[in-house]
Design a protein around this ligand. Structure first.
Ligand SMILES: NC(=O)c1ccc[n+]([C@@H]2O[C@H](COP(=O)([O-])OP(=O)(O)OC[C@H]3O[C@@H](n4cnc5c(N)ncnc54)[C@H](OP(=O)(O)O)[C@@H]3O)[C@@H](O)[C@H]2O)c1
Length: 290
């Protein structure tokens, strides 16, 4: 039996490295090729065509993105080139070899003004360049492709709030986190199996996939402190409007994604993030102050 060929863009990233490890560890016969910007710039149509033409995947998990939300404000052209045009290139190359695409998108496609969690059929309305460019990528997908929106990601490989809090606590600092942005943390080891399932089962359409349990960045940081044995009161509350200096990109106040479509598809929801946090803390291990 010929193995199923699976291409992963953004393979050196937080989510990509976990997804490649997960796919490679599955017993099913998969041939996995992970690429990062050093191998293939998704903004280059020729480079994308070349890797699809040579590897001929049947599934492409497209995770590559310019993810620096604040830098996207001042580098909008680069953000759209990578996130929107890059996705157009991936979809066109997939079409040429008969591959389906699983595109990973973001809670930042919403404006955050809803008084309830956003479900998959809510109209997007981004309030920053990153969100607009990722929505541009969504608009490139075909009916047979899948779009998986995730939020507030942390994993063992990469910089994220968990690592930041651990480092600043080790430095003996007091830290402030905002109370008026609410979302659902998502851990890469819980996300990767569901991403893989959506791709390998051939599901199409939009899916919101996050760990369960809304919290603010303040609530998240306090729990990281508490579960790592530090005093939670070292985390101080602050309002977004009082941040000094203010951050260049606006963020949605409500980033909570209702995981409605995976429920309808009969896929188990990811655990509450508080239950999964001990595993991530163990995987990250002690973080030095330096
Ligand atoms: N992190 C979050 O909180 C979050 C939340 C919602 C959605 N997402 C989405 O989830 C996906 C994965 O995010 P992540 O946190 O794993 O990202 P990440 O750690 O920042 O990694 C980004 C990946 O994209 C690659 N990349 C960047 N520019 C590229 C280019 N021009 N051509 C090819 N590859 C390029 C990077 O390769 P190099 O290492 O070579 O630069 C890296 O592998 C992204 O699509 C992101 O928009 C993330």
């Amino acid at each position: 039996v010929r193995p199923v060929r699976v291409l992963v863009t953004g393979a050196s990233g937080q989510v990509g490295s976990e997804l490649v490890a997960h796919l490679s560890s599955r017993r099913a016969r998969l041939e996995v090729l992970g690429v990062s910007s050093a191998h293939v710039d998704v903004g280059s149509r020729e480079a994308v065509n070349e890797v699809f033409d040579q590897f001929r995947p049947s599934i492409a998990f497209h995770l590559a993105a310019m993810t620096q939300v604040d830098a996207c404000e001042s580098e909008a052209e680069r953000a759209f080139r990578v996130n929107a045009w890059g996705t157009r290139n991936v979809v066109a190359a997939a079409e040429a070899v008969g591959a389906r695409v699983v595109y990973v998108s973001t809670d930042y496609v919403f404006d955050g003004t809803s008084d309830r969690p956003y479900h998959e059929w809510d109209p997007p309305k981004p309030i920053n360049v990153y969100g607009a460019s990722k929505l541009g990528g969504e608009m490139e997908l075909r009916p047979e492709d899948a779009c998986v929106r995730i939020s507030w990601v942390s994993g063992a490989h990469g910089n994220n709030i968990v690592r930041t809090v651990l480092k600043l606590l080790a430095q003996g600092q007091e830290l402030s986190f905002v109370t008026d942005q609410v979302g659902c943390p998502t851990f890469t080891f819980d996300l990767a199996p569901v991403l893989a399932l959506i791709g390998l089962e051939g599901l199409s359409g939009i899916f919101h996939v996050t760990n369960q349990g809304p919290t603010s960045w303040y609530g998240f940081a306090r729990e990281i402190a508490a579960q790592s044995g530090a005093e939670p009161d070292r985390i101080k509350p602050v309002l977004t409007k009082d941040l000094v200096p203010p951050r260049p990109a606006r963020r949605p106040a409500n980033s909570v994604l209702a995981n409605t479509a995976i429920k309808f598809a009969g896929i188990d929801p990811l655990p509450d993030w508080r239950e999964s946090l001990p595993r991530l803390l163990a995987e990250i291990g002690p973080v030095p102050a330096a």
